[in-house]
Design a protein around this ligand. Structure first.
Ligand SMILES: C[S@@+](CC[C@H](N)C(=O)[O-])C[C@H]1O[C@@H](n2cnc3c(N)ncnc32)[C@H](O)[C@@H]1O
Length: 336
């Protein structure tokens, strides 16, 4: 079954306000998805402006291109070409210049080097998965639909999938990822049950895994949220190496920013937010030498001005309309 691309952009007005896009900016959307944020950012651009949309999921790029085309930002010819060659396309004859790149933002250095640009002015990371990826049950992100345990955002890449993690990691490693990426209280119980079950037969489907997790939970704890929620989140983060990609991509994104350029990051769970907070803190820290030291020996130079002393979170109205926005946190920094 094909699913219509559906994803409501989170904190959209706040992102637009924070990034202050100027018509001639070079704007990177590192997590283009269906292009909801991306289109709003691109619509702020004029002659001399350049929008670069990146996503590791080809289905997202197809949806984003359709959205841009419908909005008149991508010519019909470009959209047809894009539908057949998804690797890299540029609509150079249009103003502003629009470029779509199929890739992982962990490879931002290579992606931006290939654009032959001196630097960028704005960059957005809207982390995690889209509603579409959840809703497309066949990809194995959701415990609500039975499907092979895959969970790769870029299924064309020969990287480990969720079934391989579940059937090969030892008990300690399984428990570690469930704790680290899912904050799962019953990580060890679940890990032991997985290893027990797979000794009988490999665990290959979302429903099989969800059932194992449910049975590993103590009965009184089963009533609240679905017991498999945290396990599925942890697995997805492991399969897609999301935290590693964030560390590398954020570091590169800030490096590519021109003076006065801005980075905005929307995160959805504590581990992601901690990386963003820590990175901004380190980059925003100037000299840390004791004040009585005559010369600086730490060599710390302030790279960014952190614009969000506290995170920006969605309003109650936004969460009421879009419950998936509930855990979102926005942080913004400006390159000095
Ligand atoms: C929350 S959605 C973005 C939605 C988008 N802002 C919109 O308005 O439609 C996250 C998207 O980022 C992509 N993504 C996640 N990690 C990525 C990475 N390391 N590199 C490239 N794309 C990534 C996912 O495939 C997904 O399409």
């Amino acid at each position: 079954m094909t699913v219509e691309y559906h994803h409501v952009a989170v904190l959209k007005e706040e992102v637009l306000a924070a990034l202050e896009v100027a018509p001639s900016d070079c704007v990177v959307d590192a997590t283009l998805g269906g292009g909801n944020h991306g289109l709003s950012l691109a619509q702020k651009l004029g002659k001399g402006g350049h929008f670069i949309g990146i996503d590791q999921d080809e289905a997202a790029l197809v949806a984003a291109k359709r959205r841009f085309q419908e909005a008149g930002l991508l010519g019909k010819k470009d959209a047809e070409k894009n539908a057949t060659d998804l690797s890299k396309q540029t609509s150079e004859d249009l103003e502003p210049r629009i470029t779509f790149v199929h890739g992982n933002f962990a490879e931002l250095d290579r992606i931006l080097l290939e654009q032959n640009i001196p630097g960028i002015n704005k960059i957005l990371f809207d982390l995690g998965v889209s509603s579409f990826q959840f809703d497309e049950g066949s990809r194995g992100f959701s415990y609500r639909e039975d499907a092979p345990l895959d969970m790769r955002m870029d299924p064309g890449k020969h990287t480990i999938n969720a079934a391989e993690v579940i059937n090969t990691y030892n008990t300690a490693d399984l428990a570690r990822i469930l704790t680290m990426y899912g904050d799962e209280r019953y990580a060890s119980r679940i890990a032991r049950k997985i290893v027990e079950k797979r000794a009988i037969a490999p665990i290959n489907s979302t429903f099989e895994l969800a059932e194992i997790v449910k049975n590993a939970y103590p009965a009184p704890a089963r009533a609240k949220k679905h017991p498999a929620k945290k396990t599925f989140q942890a697995l997805r983060i492991e399969v897609n190496q999301e935290l590693k990609a964030l560390e590398i991509g954020l570091d590169a994104g800030v490096r590519w920013l021109l003076p006065g350029g801005r980075v905005a990051v929307i995160s959805y769970h504590s581990k992601e937010d901690r990386i963003v907070k820590q990175t901004f803190k380190e980059l925003g820290q100037g000299c840390t030498c004791p004040p009585d030291l005559p010369i600086c020996t730490c060599n710390n130079v302030e790279i960014v001005d952190v614009k969000t002393k506290h995170t920006i979170v969605p309003s109650a109205q936004e969460v009421a309309v879009n419950p998936r926005a509930r855990s979102a946190k926005l942080r913004v920094a400006e390159k000095l």
